[in-house]
Design a protein around this ligand. Structure first.
Ligand SMILES: *Cc1c(COP(=O)(O)O)cnc(C)c1O
Length: 793
């Protein structure tokens, strides 16, 4: 290992170079979620591998040599970890746990068993895992501010309670990195005989800062940490316990293998708990011995790669300063601030930044939108409630009633609707770690400025796609192509030229009739998470009466009958089951045939199978591709009328001229033109005459209200609004590879009120099927109507 430079700029350059070999999984990614979990280095993996292969470690509960070897290792690592946190082994003991939450629970459960229960106080900036302790307390109080804690600590506040007290707070907020006063533990230790125990949650703090528990007079009684947030691996946590506070665990009633010396069970019920060190009383069962081995390697490699925690703290503080300065300096063209950063001017902060973005009209930008755009730029951070309910509510000014109201209105952690009643319900968190560098900060800042700064704001710009309209020129439109997606989120199937295709209320016949569902959760899979679904090619074979499914790059195929008759094909034993499509539960039938499940599981790469959705339609339906005669009426009563699986709208229409315009813009920047297939449209409309460049009417669809297809007697369709786009557009439908385009260009040219629009949702205007559903055909003339005026085409 080369010498680690001390100068900040050289240190940054060193990390930049080092991480190319040590963190290959970073690749081109900008990873800014270190407060969630950090990364493990190649050196650590190599060393762990060598340690595992070079030694025999047995279960520590016996006298064999391998077992003694393990016992020795555990005690050795325990001591080193105590030293890592600056704790003397005479004063502190360390208990290995699964994570920080498990460490918190150990403390909470010990307090619950105290006679008369316990009083629990916690700061509003606490992590969810600390808040949950209140459920075990007899009385509890949430301190909403530092001042409130300070007042309570003052001995003047009268207190007649005899209950044992526990006060908990984070050393650093996992939400915005704010550091809370360490003096509170000092003050509470000195508060006399009825003293309050203190629990310091250091999980976020220790990931980038050294912890120093040397000053025993001022140190907390319990400290909880997540080790994977420091080292990336192994997945372990720890509880540090002051030895003179350890009596709190003596009332613990549970014992397990490892925490008991002798147990009598048959005629008499008696046991002798281990009375030695705290960890002997608390570590139930077999210790995660191989993880502890990895921890030893992790501590060693961490100091080899990064120097010391002091060095990490200095480096990340420098990056955080650059990030904060860069983001707070950003302004829109009209001078308005781009970000609202949640930081307290009176506190110091760790390398974590929480904020929301606003547009030039001061409206909040949805975090889901920010995340979608970041994902095409390969930037990763966290958004939402951040597991910090009090901190988020305080920063966003959300009252409890508002949070409950939002909850009943369907808002959940991780849902799309993150702006409710004009207020954000969550925030964006960017957190830096030891292997973050100046280039990560720069890339993040240019991402924000590229997509979210409005440089020149014209006052007339309203929140509507109408703004981009071209002058009205009469032109003729026709249907250029028709496509159905028999299996949701898989490749489309082109409707042959000349085929009269039936259109129903719920969309084109055979569109999204099937879907692929996860075998465990029953949720319908989508290309957004599983780009390989683009390579699954369904083919409707009406001659054979079957749907064939092929997979690019494989000669294998499966096929199922178009008919739903369960007795017709022995292979398809249909099972009734519920399938979750974008949050709504829909009744679907799963194919239980192993060959189908195996084929799709191999194709997608997760355990899945095919499901079919019952269609509702009237039995008198006619038409060349009518499926009514094939399908028994099998809809369950009480299920709301479906748009079936095309869960946005029945039909999606795109305008070829708009696609051409978009592709000109992409090509002008040197990008690769988008194939129409990525938009997954059902109907592609094209201007029929050969128009000279400049005569096309891109984005005319923004003001269409309805269209009539195939002459005055043909079916009428209404347009329901623009189609909101996501990064799924970036999946190449031939190779399933992801790129930035066309999403990035669309995001810059077609973003209206936070929605990136391309194509229009379409539905049959006449929703009755008198004498059967109407049909349409490739080549049909199309007349669009715009507002009240019918254009003469
Ligand atoms: C991450 C975190 C936790 C929870 O840690 P786990 O290891 O996931 O249990 C608790 N508190 C804070 C401050 C954290 O940052």
């Amino acid at each position: 290992m080369a010498d680690i430079p001390d100068d900040p700029i050289e240190y940054n350059a060193y990390i930049e170079e080092m991480r190319k070999t040590q963190y290959p999984m970073l690749g081109q990614k900008t990873y800014l979620d270190h407060a969630g979990t950090t990364l493990y280095s190649k050196a650590l993996m190599d060393r762990f591998h060598a340690d595992m292969m070079g030694n025999l470690f047995g279960n520590p509960h016996s006298a064999s040599q391998s077992s003694q070897h393990s016992t020795q290792l555990v005690e050795d690592v325990r001591l080193r970890l105590l030293q890592f946190f600056g704790a003397a082994s005479e004063q502190y003991d360390l208990v290995f746990t699964a994570n920080a939450t498990a460490a918190i629970k150990l403390v909470a459960e010990a307090f619950r068993e105290q006679e008369g229960g316990f009083w629990y106080g916690y700061h509003a900036d606490s992590h969810t895992s600390l808040v949950g302790v209140r459920q075990l307390a007899r009385e509890h109080r949430c301190f909403e501010s530092d001042a409130e804690v300070n007042r309570w600590i003052e001995p003047s506040e009268e207190d007649s309670s005899t209950m044992v007290k526990l006060f908990a707070y984070p050393a650093q907020s996992n939400m915005n990195g704010r550091r809370l006063p360490m003096q509170w533990t000092t003050a509470l230790r000195q508060s006399g005989e009825k003293r309050t125990y203190t629990l310091l949650d250091a999980a976020s703090y220790v990931s980038t800062s050294p912890l120093d528990l040397r000053h025993i007079e001022s140190s907390p009684d319990f400290v909880t940490v997540s080790l994977y947030k420091i080292f990336g691996f192994p997945d372990l946590g720890a509880l540090l316990v002051r030895k003179d506070a350890a009596d709190i665990f003596s009332k613990r009633s549970y014992f397990g293998g490892g925490t008991v010396d002798l147990v009598v069970t048959l005629k008499e019920q008696w046991h002798a708990r281990k009375a030695g060190a705290v960890h002997e009383q608390l570590e139930d069962g077999t210790l995660p011995i191989h993880s502890i081995l990895a921890l030893k390697a992790a501590m060693h490699i961490h100091s080899e790669l990064f120097g010391s925690m002091e060095r990490v703290a200095r480096h990340t503080a420098m990056l955080a300063r650059q990030l904060h300065e860069g983001l707070s300096a950003m302004r829109h063209g009209n001078g308005k601030q781009v970000s609202t950063i949640y930081r307290s001017p009176d506190s110091s902060h760790g390398p974590v930044l929480a904020f929301n973005l606003r547009n030039s009209r001061d409206e909040w930008i949805s975090n889901t939108e920010v995340e979608k755009l970041a994902s095409v730029k390969q930037i990763q951070f966290r958004t939402g409630g951040l597991c910090n309910p009090g901190g988020v509510a305080t920063s966003l000014g959300l009252a409890p009633w508002e949070m409950k109201e939002n909850f009943s209105a369907g808002q959940r952690c991780g849902t799309e609707n993150d702006i409710m009643n004009g207020k954000p319900t969550g925030m964006i968190r960017v957190s830096l770690g030891a292997m973050s560098t100046v280039s990560d900060v720069t890339r993040f800042l240019s991402f924000v400025s590229e997509f979210f700064i409005d440089p020149l704001v014209s006052t007339s710009r309203a929140d509507s796609p109408m703004q981009n309209l071209c002058p009205v020129v009469s032109s003729r439109l026709r249907i250029e192509s028709l496509t159905v997606y028999p299996v949701k989120s898989c490749a489309g199937w082109q409707i042959p030229y000349g085929a009269q295709w039936e259109v129903r209320r719920e969309g084109l016949a055979w569109d999204r009739e099937w879907c692929i569902v996860h075998q465990g959760t029953g949720a319908a899979l989508s290309q957004k998470k599983h780009p390989r679904m683009a390579l699954i090619r369904p083919h409707l074979d009406f001659k054979a009466g079957r749907l064939h499914i092929r997979r690019v790059g494989s000669a294998e195929q499966i096929s199922v009958p178009l008919s739903l008759d369960p007795s017709y094909f022995a292979c398809e034993k249909l099972r009734e089951g519920s399938t979750n499509v974008c949050g709504d539960t829909v009744q679907a039938r799963l194919y239980t045939c192993d060959a189908i499940a195996t084929f799709l599981t191999n194709a997608v790469g997760v355990p899945c199978t095919l499901a079919r959705f019952p269609s509702s339609h009237d039995a008198t339906s006619i038409g060349r591709h009518s499926k009514s005669h094939l399908m028994p009426s099998n809809r369950q009563p009480g299920i709301p009328h479906p748009i079936l699986l095309s869960n946005e709208s029945p039909i999606l229409t795109i305008n070829r001229s708009s696609l051409n315009r978009l592709n000109e813009q992409i090509k002008a920047k040197g990008g690769k033109a988008a194939h129409p297939a990525v938009f997954r449209a059902n109907i592609v409309l094209a201007e029929s005459s050969h128009l000279a460049p400049g005569q096309e009417r891109p984005w005319a669809e923004d003001e269409w209200e309805c269209m009539q297809v195939g002459g005055p007697d043909g079916p009428k369709f209404e347009f329901l609004g623009g189609c909101r786009r996501c990064q799924m557009l970036c999946v190449d439908q031939e190779s399933s590879e992801k790129s930035e385009e066309p999403f990035v260009t669309l995001a810059k040219t077609r973003r209206f009120g936070g929605r990136i629009l391309f194509g229009v949702h379409t539905a049959l205007a006449d929703r009755r099927s008198v004498g059967g559903w109407p049909t349409i055909c490739v080549g049909d003339a199309v007349e669009t109507q715009r507002k009240e005026i019918i254009e003469n085409q």
